[in-house]
Design a protein around this ligand. Sequence first.
Ligand code: 1PR
Length: 600
Amino acid sequence: REHRPKLYILDYGAGNVRSLANSIKKLGYEFEWINDESDFDRAEKLIFPGVGAFSQAMDSLRSSGRFDSLIKYIQSGKPYFGICIGMQVLFASSEESNSTKGLGVIDYPIRKFSTVDGGKKKTVPHMGWNSSWKSWHPSSSSTSSSSTSSSEQDKVMLDNEDYYFVHSFAALLDPSNPTSNEKIKDFAYTLSRYGSEVFVSSVKKDNVFACQFHPEKSGPAGLDLLKRWLEASPESLSAPTTYSRGVWQPTNPSPSRSSGNGLTKRIVACLDVRSNDQGDLVVTKGDQYDVREKSTSTGEGGVRNLGKPVELSQRYYLEGADEIAFLNITSFRSSALLDQPMLDVVRQAAETVFVPLTIGGGIKDTVDPDGTPRSALEVAGAYFRSGADKVSIGSEAVLAVEALLQREQRGEEPLSGKTGIETISKGYGNQAVVVSIDPKRVYVDTSNPQWKDEFPAHHLESLVIGDNATSRTAPEERGKAWWYQCTISGGRDVRDIDVVQLARGVERLGAGEILLNSVDRDGSGKGFDLDLIKLVKDAVSIPVVSSSGAGSPGDFKELFERTESEAGLAAGIFHRREVGIDEVKEGVEGVGLNVRRCGL
Ligand code: 1PR
């Protein structure tokens, strides 16, 4: 059998490295984890995947004594492949933590994306699928150059592929200071654009290759990239980069990608999972959160069963879903950590699904039946280790924001640092924390002439006047007014907090994304609640995944044309095979927006 170079992965314990491990296994390769310093000597190829915070990665490299070994490894000329934070650590510094120095292999700073672009708010983190282009265009002067130089360059990455990014900091080019860009030109392999900012999406020089995106989460395109690096011999990967570089190309040459902010609109498939009356975990789907069959004369109907969670997630991956969400809606959970079936679902799904996985339901401080307390951070950690990329927090987020507002009212420090949102985002990065909101419309009696005076002032920001509404307002809604009240426990209990207060509060606590449901529209097929989505989008700077009510591909077109939402999520229409993910994407593409075509 051919000699396979010994592959090692450096894990500093920060996040979900299981997906990378799964994708390497799927490609038929074996690897070892770096356990001690001598492993750096044994390694013939090294991958350093990373998520989370720059300072945490660097601190852990220093405290574990691996800083020097890693530098030595890179200097030895053996192939290095960095992913996300594994790319950023190569740089001199990061604005994320000014006091922390990077490895300094690349003498250039990592900076934060701007949250304002052309006078408009820009969502940070940069989360989703974006394309990249080669930073150097083969020079047109030498006729044969395009074949020689580009084939050399094309060994690792292909053009016009979409990859999955999630980060708030990047190696940004500085248009106001072109000379500073000279320092990065030697390393920049591909560039990508987020709004008006251009950043380095991968670097390649001699033995060093690293990408800002996550190949292990980038579907077939990402697996293909990993495969090419794994297949290549260490000698070819380490060969000095000698090709003639041609012309520096700081703007995207692809006309199809000149519109929008660079990101594709994401289409998310959602699986509400719970145990049925026989105790098996099934994918279910409710109408306005009621997941039981209509009751029969013999009593309450059973839990609707639309399939098996792992099988369905695989189907959606193959059909081109950009992301998959599992929500564990089982009403009575003793402890999520003991909820092994759900952890198994995540583990099994992550073996074959190579797009981001979000897991929600029961992410909170709990106590095991034997009295052992478990923090939300521990519960989340168990899901990340099983293969989840993000956890979604529902009820607990409402309670956390209520407490934050109360502390603020009392003039105390609003952030306790103790909530699940805070501890998980600190430990795993904001991008790993989604807050799932379940709001309900509350109608106001506008026939009462005093209604505006009587309306609670603290909910005014979530008030919608039907005549100004943006949804396909049903005629009966004209002349009406309503506000959006938050609920907990799967829509069963209402709280005195509205959707704008909640969205702003969770952003302050450190949530990286909002999953915005609507109890009224759930399962209705009436289309997304655009009024609700606009309110929340305007209130925050983090991405918003819009959910509930999709009935046709046209609903997604409308969502993306009329709101700034980054992603559209549906459940029922996909489960019942009424609409294909490809049909949805075709529709969105038809109105001139970018979508990921996954080519499976
Ligand atoms: O409160 O942290 O334990 O989280 C519970 C999670 O479970 C929350 O995210 C909450 O939204 C969800 N959940 C709880 N009960 C239900 C239920 O249906 N009885 N499902 C539930 C929420 C809404 C979406 C659904 C979309 C799209 N379901 O997940 O997939 O509405 O559906 P559609 O396209 O068919 O309209 P915690």
